[in-house]
Each structure stands twice: as C-alpha cells, then as structure tokens.
Design a binder for this molecule. Structure first.
Ligand SMILES: [Zn+2]
Ligand SMILES: [Zn+2]
Length: 297
C-alpha cells in the first residue's frame, strides 16, 4: 500500500469506532415503528458482529490472534447460544417477572420514555454498565463468582466474537440489569443493545483501530480489554468496564497499556465441554474424593 493509501486506511480505522456509534444512534432514531422488532434487532446486530469480525482480515492487530476454524466454530456457537438461549431464558425468568411485579405494584415510570432519545440512551447505558462493572468486579474478587467467569479468561487469543465466550452461568449473570425497572422507549432500548454489542465486539476484536484519546477515555477499547485478559490472575484485576471504561477511572481500577499474551493457566485453551463444567470442577473433585474414601474404608 502507498504512503497516502496507508494513511487513509489508518484514518478510517482511527475513527471507525466513534463513527459506528454515531451511525447506530442515527439508525435507531429514524427506524420506522413497524421495524422495532426483536428479530430486526437480531439481524442488524448479527450483521454488525460479522462486519467487525471481517475487519480482522483488513487491519489485523496480532498475527498470533488470527482466527482459525476451531476458534470460529467456538465463537459462533457461543454467539448463537447467547442470542437464542441465554437472553431468552433471562427474559423469561428475570425480566418479565420483574416487569409484571412492577406493573402489579403500580410502579410505572412513563416519564422515562418521554425524555429525548439520546438522553434515554445515555441513561440506559450508564445503568447497565454500572451494574456490569460491579458484577464483573465481584467475579474477580469472589472465588465462587470467579469460577463462573474464568472460562471467559481461558482464551489464548482475542477476536470480535470472544465477548460471548464463557460459561452459561456467567453469560446469564452479566446480562442482568435494572434497566427493566423503567419504562424506556423501545427504540432507545434497541439502540443501547446495538451499541453494547458493537463496543463489546470492538473491545475483543483483533483489529488495529488506534482510536482518538477522547474515545478511549470513555469507551472500553481492545487495548484496555486485552490488558484485562492478561496471563496472571492478579493482572486481570483492572479495566472491568464492558463498554464504559469511565467507571474504572472513577473507581480506581483503570490501568493503561495493552497485552498480546492473553489467557489463564499457562494459556490453556478450554473445550466447550470444559467451559460448561468449569464452575463445578471443585464439586466434582470433592464427590470423587469422597467416593474414593468410601471405597477405601
Ligand atoms: Zn474478567
Ligand atoms: Zn473479555
């Protein structure tokens, strides 16, 4: 590529993330009411995920993170699991009962949906991200919660879809949010879902974006999040923000820099079966030990 060609490419990638977020807000602001449908959202968010995954082939960050068939199959499996199973279960067992209980108690908040859309988007993101920050921090501070979250850290490379890779218990827990306690406009809720999908993909993508400093001051980037995926457990205890790194700056857990070597346990890669069983390994070992003792007695 010529000097001016590579400069154009670098500029496009530099502003890609902020431009994408602006485009997402505009898209959901003008979306016809008839299209405010969960399946339209799934199709658009899926297109966004695959587009960011495609960028890994255009401006790769690390050759050591290059996608292969095994990684792709695992990543796609988890993406589909989250979209078609975990988010449905969460809606059924948590969101809908909370919304019904709220209506039964007369706790209506119709004023929320009359705020300007951008205000609603900012408030919903702040509510969701504040909860996710503390849930994620708890997962690194408490051993029982860590067992659910550790499979997300047992990945020896990062790619655009890796944000969905983890034990199903963790994927269920990180999606819990108090946003369901308010009556926000559907277009604002779908816009937030789309923004969080995009930023999570950006923060795991094997792409060299080099965004402006103001963007990286507010939003989590691959630089921040790769550091969170560091190989020693103690080094993972920073940069908890899923989409907003400002909460780490506020609560003293922000760390600057980036990492190429990522993973846990000597960068061991877990199979899907191992990722599903991981939180129960201590319990399984205990039962096996008791059985062995009983046989020996
Ligand atoms: Zn973590
Ligand atoms: Zn991650």
């Amino acid at each position: 590529m010529t000097g001016s060609g590579s400069r154009v490419k670098a500029t496009i990638f530099r502003y890609f993330q902020p431009a994408a977020l602006v485009a997402i807000v505009v898209l959901w602001s003008v979306m016809p009411a008839a299209w405010l449908d969960p399946w339209v959202f799934v199709a658009i968010a899926l297109t966004t995920r695959l587009t960011i995954l495609g960028l890994e082939r255009v401006n790769e960050r690390h050759a050591s993170w290059r996608m292969d068939r095994r990684e792709l199959v695992t990543d796609v499996f988890y993406m589909l699991l989250v979209i078609f199973a975990i988010s449905k279960v969460r809606k059924l067992v948590v969101d809908q009962p909370l919304i019904s209980a709220r209506h039964a108690l007369g706790l209506e908040t119709p004023w929320a949906m009359h705020w300007p859309m951008l205000v609603q988007v900012v408030v919903i993101i702040a509510l969701i991200e504040f909860g996710q920050y503390w849930m994620h921090r708890l997962m690194h501070d408490n051993h029982a919660f860590w067992l659910t979250h550790a499979p997300h850290h047992h990945v020896p490379q990062l790619n655009a879809l890796k944000g969905s890779v983890g034990n199903p218990l963790e994927l269920f827990l990180v999606g819990l949010s108090v946003a369901v306690l308010f009556d926000f406009d559907l277009s604002a809720l779908l816009c937030v879902g789309h923004i969080l999908t995009a930023v999570t993909c950006f923060a795991h993508a094997n792409v060299r974006f080099n965004p402006p400093r103001w963007y990286a001051f507010v939003f989590t980037t691959i630089e921040h999040h790769s550091l969170h995926h560091s190989v020693t457990y103690e080094d993972t205890r920073c940069n908890y923000g899923n989409a907003l790194i400002v909460f780490d700056r506020m609560f003293g857990t922000f760390r600057d820099g980036e990492a190429e070597a990522v993973g846990q346990d000597d960068r061991r890669r877990l199979t899907i079966r191992e990722q599903f069983l991981f939180p129960f390994v201590p319990l399984i070992a205990l039962v096996k030990a008791r059985r062995a003792d009983a046989r020996a007695a």
